[in-house]
Design a protein around this ligand. Structure first.
Ligand SMILES: Nc1ncnc2c1ncn2[C@@H]1O[C@H](COP(=O)(O)OP(=O)(O)OP(=O)(O)O)[C@@H](O)[C@H]1O
Ligand SMILES: [Mg+2]
Length: 374
């Protein structure tokens, strides 16, 4: 049944029907070039322009920068080929605010020539806002999910590490503890015998005796380190000269003729546990020297900013395989037959107890430590 006939039956005339329909919609009529010829009340209300301001203007007056030129090209292609276009458009009102309208544009032809376009629209701004909010929420949730997942992964890796560390800690401290007593006995007797023995030794044997003495002291230091680490004793910070710490650390490093260790000229004062930082430096230097295999240089460079002392230990050795860069700070990772693989773990723990950081990079092999100055 034709609309006109149906309306007649219902006792409504077409213009009354249109008026009712238009009451609930935003209606605009343009000529075939988009110049506005008619707007209804709702059109003015939502666009915040008066009827006078709109009539005679091009429909572009409402254009926002939401849609691409391609979007409008397709719209015009559709309606100029006498087809109805349906879609959602974001428009810009007179006061600069935006609104979304669900739109149907109908081309009106006369003698097969398009004369007008009628646009019937409904305000869907609220729906769009809700949709946008939902999208944002989904985005946020996704991001949170990713962060949570990586946090869980990191935490479980940390847990595995700390469990391994705890086991190693217990084992190491037991061994260190058991070694401590016999070592104290050797140390005491050696000390007692020193004057008597030294008087009877020739210079070569005297040298050997001194080496024995220093080795005992070294062993004692290592044991103390392991015990310290296992106990994770509180660090005792005191204002210290970093250069003095470095010089003491160098004394523990076994070098050979072809190896040069360059220390910085300038001293920097830093508040730290000197004995522990000496341990850190001596392990980094020992590692560097070991990697040189008898020939090469180790450079220790220091600098500072307002908060940190920055220490770089560089060596001319072959470096660390890229895949192992992360693993070298794990307990028991060692490529040496005599290594314990605890050196860097202890270094990291001590540096972190100071509130600092330690990292490594290749070419040249560089260990970088930051230590808070105060
Ligand atoms: N400067 C370096 N150049 C090349 N490889 C290095 C360097 N420093 C560390 N490494 C690698 O990292 C590993 C771990 O070092 P770490 O100090 O933790 O243990 P270690 O030296 O093997 O044993 P130790 O417990 O006696 O120190 C080394 O075995 C070595 O493979
Ligand atoms: Mg080491």
């Amino acid at each position: 049944m034709k609309t006109a006939t149906a309306l007649k039956k219902l006792n409504l005339n077409i213009s009354e029907f249109e008026e009712r329909l238009f009451d609930h919609s935003i209606v605009g009529i343009t000529d075939n070039e988009g110049t506005i010829l008619y707007v209804n009340k709702n059109f003015c209300k939502i666009s915040k322009y008066s009827e006078d301001e709109l009539i005679g203007e091009n429909h572009n007056i409402l254009k926002s920068d939401e849609h691409s030129p391609k979007f409008f090209e397709e719209l015009w292609d559709t309606i100029s080929s006498e087809k109805v276009w349906e879609g959602e458009i974001k428009n810009k009102a007179k006061d600069g605010s935006y609104y979304w309208v669900k739109t149907v544009i109908i081309p009106i032809t006369d003698d097969k020539i398009i004369k007008n376009y009628v646009a019937i629209q409904n305000d869907v701004t609220k729906e769009k806002q809700i949709q946008q909010r939902l999208l944002n929420m989904e985005d946020d949730l996704l991001k949170q999910n990713i962060t949570l997942l990586s946090e869980v992964e990191k935490k479980s890796a940390d847990l595995v590490k700390s469990e391994r560390l705890a086991t190693i800690g217990t084992m190491a401290s037991r061994v260190a503890h058991d070694l401590k007593n016999p070592l104290t006995i050797i140390h005491t007797y050696a000390d007692m015998l020193t004057p008597e023995i030294l008087s009877k030794l020739d210079s070569q044997d005297r040298e050997k005796w001194f080496r024995l003495q220093t080795s005992v002291l070294d062993m004692n230091r290592i044991i103390e380190d392991v015990l310290d680490f296992a106990r994770t004793t509180e660090i005792k910070k005191k204002k210290s000269s970093f250069l003095s710490i470095l010089r003491l650390a160098v004394n523990h490093v076994k070098t050979s003729y072809g190896i040069v260790i360059n220390l910085p000229d300038k001293d920097i004062s830093v508040k730290c546990d000197a004995r522990k930082i000496e341990g850190v430096m001596s392990n980094l230097l020992s590692n560097a020297v070991y990697s040189l295999d008898g020939q090469g240089e180790v450079d220790v460079e220091t600098s500072s900013d307002s908060e940190n002392l920055i220490i770089k230990v560089k060596d001319s050795g072959p470096g660390i395989p890229e895949n192992d860069l992360e693993r070298i700070f794990e307990p028991m990772y060692t490529t040496k037959t005599t290594g314990t693989g605890l050196g860097l773990v202890i270094c990291k723990s001590i540096v972190e107890q100071h509130g600092g950081t330690i990292s490594v990079s290749n070419k040249p092999t560089t260990f970088t430590i930051t230590l808070p100055l105060h």
